[in-house]
Design a protein around this ligand. Sequence first.
Ligand code: C2E
Ligand code: CA
Ligand code: CA
Length: 287
Amino acid sequence: MHYEWLLSLMCEYSLWISIGGCTLLVVLILRKLSGKRTVKAKAVIRGVEDDKIYPWYQPIMDARTGKLAGSEVLARWHCNRCHIISPDRFIHEVEKSGRIVLMTNLLLQRVAMDLLPVRDQLPENFHLAFNITVAHLNDDSLLRTCLKLKMALPGVILVAEITESKCLEPAQTIFLQLSALRKAGVKVALDDFGTGYAGLSALDRFPVDIIKLDRSFISQIDEKKNDTRILMAGIIADIACQLSLEVVGEGVENLYQQEWLMAHGINLQQGFIYSPPLPAAEFIRRL
Ligand code: C2E
Ligand code: CA
Ligand code: CA
């Protein structure tokens, strides 16, 4: 197993593996190293400009067949040897610095390089999802990047996941950008659906193909609970079906959630029950 990958997994999933005093000590050191604090703006900007932000890949599975249906590209900052930083700690700074579009373009170039050699091994209609923010929708370079990626990976279906729908003003430019992406064959997904402003009104205002049911709903799906969030998850699944939208359930962690989602027609699933986000080499090894 790749040493760096093991370390980063330990940093990321340290709570899961803290069994026994010895392991706990290692994990605590790693957690200390990885830290949870936001990183310095200058360092992040250098990271982006030096092209140190790498795509990691989290499988999206078809729960009915157990087969790979796609993957979400999640950014990781490879800060230096054995030190991998999660997006929650740096994306905000990248956005503030005005370099989020540059970062995404570089990230997607790397995705093309990673997947080009194995494009024939990807399943048919492989969904390749990546995260965008409102800044991308005010910039036409995203469309050009998507067109290049589609040329490099014919047959792959690109999915632009809008993460910050709270900023999605019903502006004409945003509507036009989303329409242009769809016209170019890129699907549009509303991320974190059911939270903040990523709700029903957004479906009415913007052209959307896919909704990603937020993890906060799925984590409540538990045979011992009777939470209103579970009821809402069922309602969202019904509405999506009525509107002919695809739904991806995110943050699926156990069998009960997996089966509940399938019973509600949500077969596309992503979560630790299947796999954490993986570095390119490991994702490719599992194809
Ligand atoms: P997101 O787009 O909602 O991505 C899903 C997050 O949930 C990922 O965290 C993933 O590792 C985590 N996750 C997946 N399955 C499970 C599960 O079963 N249980 C739990 N507890 N967590 C799960 P990650 O990679 O740390 O990303 C955090 C957020 O950072 C993303 O949330 C997205 O909003 C943002 N982000 C990541 N990459 C990019 C990027 O390239 N561009 C932009 N603009 N934002 C990004
Ligand atoms: Ca996402
Ligand atoms: Ca999400």
